[in-house]
Design a protein around this ligand. Structure first.
Ligand code: GLU
Length: 542
């Protein structure tokens, strides 16, 4: 009896790996093309750190003429939720992340390197595990939970590293006959790597973000296939990324410490090791301390949060790109109108310590992004957002023609488009006065009787058809007539000479029209409100 017999007893009916090696051919792609993949578990939840990885995956694939894959890692049955895949796909689609290959709905996929859901790749994993067993590079381990516990206790008592390695790997040298007997008797087992590594030897692994990292070799007989027949992450990673021809594995930095094991596995098969880009976590600062942004504690850890708040996807991606590459900010300043996909991302320019998530900065980026949208784009985004999250606003926007005029204020034809909107959930408050008359007025230092005089004078000369120049001159005329300074400059030279200046007069008109002291351009507002509405609003305070 030899390893081949053992392998046949464990996996009697699987195809040889040559079948798969033949089936999944080298991809025909331009030289230097990167094949990347985003590989979440189907928890239905996309973490901001996942989106961050996706941005890198997609950018690398796009800028090299490569492929971006969505693979679902569902071997941990406990983490699965109903429609978890669909939810991930939808969350990504909101950010315009449409994978070139991989899962496209709960059950459907596209591409020739699938299945793209790990639970459907069981046969493939078994073939590759069988191959390692045949080669003597993997073996069945029958350790019971009690035995594992006992080994751990002994190691701890002796102050040693825990785990299955060297003499502690209890079933590593079990004679093949005995192993076969145990299997035939129905004993439960896992498949472990028979590691060749030595802790006192070093290996260097290249990480595209951090450069070379030196590690002790892996010497653990790590579990590859669990007792339920499903692979652990390490094994699935190696098999899948080999067969899918991934050229660069973009993943979280929590995997760095496992790379020696992964390298050993690639080598055990004689496969080429892909490049690794193990990206830093996104952190949150709290009470002066930095910690990993957390799904449990921080609502902004979930990408759905941005959608619910109405922060445009473009803004979130721009902001994350800022964190990913420090050179992005300068590029954006030099190329304000280019699409983000034209920016060339370089992993070597990525920070290695985790970036602190800064909501203020994100909202700032968002204001700039929204400032570049046309009125129609703003309308479409707000309308879609309101439909889902704010019925009242949705109703308000029913008159599209009027809404377009409202969103057009200080926008398309303006040299300096307004930058007061950071998220769609701000919109209602920022435009409500274009839909509702003010309920109260605060003229601040100007007594109501004076305010009424201003309005009375203004109503006498207001003409909807005036151009902006004439319109402004008329406000100055009112100022002069009521004894206010016609020009602000004039007032500043001699403040005691006047009760106020033209700015105070326009504030009175602004407050009477909108109930607010600060608004975008008042001329434009009045043009949009229309003659009748302007006159009605002004008359109301008389
Ligand atoms: N399913 C793994 C995770 O969510 C994927 C890691 C990887 O990209 O290889 O962390």
């Amino acid at each position: 009896m030899d390893y081949k017999d053992l392998a046949n007893v464990i996996y009697p009916d699987v195809k040889p790996i040559e079948y798969y090696e033949e089936k999944y051919r080298v991809r025909e792609l331009p030289q230097g093309a990167e094949v990347t993949r985003f590989a979440p578990s189907p928890t239905g939840f996309v973490h901001i750190g996942g989106l961050y990885q996706c941005i890198i995956d997609r950018a690398l694939a796009k800028q090299t003429g490569g492929v971006f894959i969505l693979r679902i890692e569902d071997t941990d049955q406990k983490r699965k939720i109903e429609n978890g895949v669909e939810q991930i796909i939808n969350a990504l689609a909101k950010f315009d992340f449409i994978p070139d290959e991989g899962m496209i709905s709960e059950k459907e996929e596209k591409g020739e390197y699938g299945p793209y859901k790990q639970s459907e790749r069981k046969d493939i994993y078994h073939s590759y595990a069988k191959y390692l067993i045949e080669q003597g590079k993997a073996y069945p381990c029958f350790a019971t939970p009690e035995e594992i516990e006992e080994i751990r206790k002994k190691q701890e008592a002796a102050g040693l590293r825990t785990g299955f390695y060297g003499v502690w790997a209890k079933y590593r040298n079990l004679p093949v006959d005995e192993a076969i007997n145990r299997i035939k008797n129905g004993e439960s087992f896992v498949i472990r790597l028979r590691s060749n590594g030595r802790e006192d030897r070093k290996i260097k692994v290249k990480d595209s973000v951090r450069g070379h990292i030196e590690f002790p070799e892996n010497d653990q007989d790590a579990v590859l296939i669990k007792a339920d027949g499903l692979p652990v992450y390490h094994f699935a990673h190696v098999v899948d990324d080999h067969l899918m021809k991934t050229t660069i594995v973009v993943r979280g930095e929590e995997w760095i410490s496992s790379t020696p094991l992964h390298v050993e596995l690639f080598n055990a098969f004689g496969f080429k090791v892909p490049k690794y880009a193990q990206v830093p976590n996104i952190l949150k600062e709290e009470d002066g301390k930095k910690r990993k942004i957390s799904k449990r504690k921080d609502p902004e850890a979930a990408v759905d949060y941005y959608h619910e708040e109405g922060i445009p996807s473009d803004a979130v991606c721009e902001y994350l790109m800022n964190i990913i590459n420090s050179s992005f900010e300068g590029w954006r300043r030099a190329n304000p109108d280019k699409d983000i996909s034209e920016f060339k991302l370089e992993l070597s320019k990525m920070g290695v310590s985790g970036a602190v998530f800064d909501m203020v900065k994100l909202l700032d980026v968002s204001k700039n992004v929204i400032a570049k949208y046309s009125a129609k784009e703003v309308y479409d985004f707000v309308n879609a957002w309101a439909k889902e999250y704010d019925k009242e606003l949705f109703e308000m926007l029913k008159d599209e023609e009027y809404a377009l005029k409202v969103f057009g204020i200080e926008r398309e034809n303006s040299k300096k488009p307004r930058k007061d909107l950071a998220k769609w959930s701000d919109v209602k408050n920022s435009i409500i006065y274009m839909y509702e008359r003010p309920k109260e007025y605060d003229f601040d230092k100007i007594p109501l009787t004076d305010a009424k005089k201003v309005i009375e004078e203004y109503l006498n000369i207001y003409d909807y058809n005036d151009d902006k120049q004439v319109w402004f001159n008329k406000i100055k005329d009112v100022a002069e007539k009521l004894g206010y300074a016609r020009e602000v400059k004039e007032y500043k030279q001699n403040p005691e000479k006047w009760p106020g200046h033209v700015g105070d007069i326009s504030t009175v008109i602004r407050v009477a029209l909108t109930g607010r002291r600060n608004t975008p351009d008042m001329y434009e507002i009045m043009q949009v409100l229309g003659k009748e509405e302007v006159e009605n609003r002004l008359r109301k305070i008389m």
